[in-house]
Write a protein of this length. Sequence first.
Length: 313
Amino acid sequence: MTMDHAAPLLTAPAPAPATPAAPARRTTPERPSTPPVAATRLTPAIGAVVRAEDLPAGPERAAALRALVVEHHVVFVPGFGTDEAAFTELAHGFGTPSVHPLQRFTGRDRQAVTEILDGPDRPPAGFPWHTDLSWLEQPPRFGLLQALEIPAAGGDTLWTSQAAAYRALSPALRALCAGLTAVHGIDATLRRTVVDHHGPDLADRFEAAHPPVRHPLVRAHPDTGAPGLYVCPMYLRHVAELLPDESALLLSHLAAVATDPHHTVRWRWTAGDLALWDEACTLHRALVDHHPARRRMRRCTIEGDRPRPAPVP
């Protein structure tokens, strides 16, 4: 006799009670970000141009320009104008404007925004390639220059990228330089300028009050950390870890690489132009071929931090 086995009865589980819908969260609309400012690159290594009419207003102007300066090393704004208040406001947007050490030392009006005047009776300084005040423990972070009066010809300014110069070195030389430090001090050109305007006694006391300092030969960029040479032909005296002849050979080569035309940009000024540059990764040089014609510029530098070394690659 056979027995039939009934299949088990399958029943669907009871539906779970419906979960009440969560109340919609109220969100605050995000403030739209400032659109990037269009910039025209001038060379593969350094330099860009921004139209004044494309710049945002208010505090966003300095923020937009600062970002472009970090990216391109030097930025030019034709048509910015010659207004001192606008220049000073922009400088404060970049940080704390710095007073030149010579002004502090002489007790003159301690103005962070100053003018440079060249004329028949006041020849241009003729400084060689340099970054401003590298002989300070904390050199400036940014530089700003506004064209007020420009000669019919001459008086251009050049900038060069020390980041591009570093990349042009062989890997072996990069590694060597990254482990070295260099001594920066007041040079004969600056001393001569102080003597001409204030006399040899004050020049002696000024130099004694600002002894040489040591900075890394390869500097980490303060914002990006990217390595770049920190070679200032005007103020750099010698490499601390090398013998004198070794130091002279190395610095001669590095200066040649740093000022190679492939790493430079040259700006022909028009009254109302503005230039802003990154002192941490550039050198600059103003030409003196316009003398005895008048050339008047407004300038300012922004306080910076002590240079820190880049890691050895």
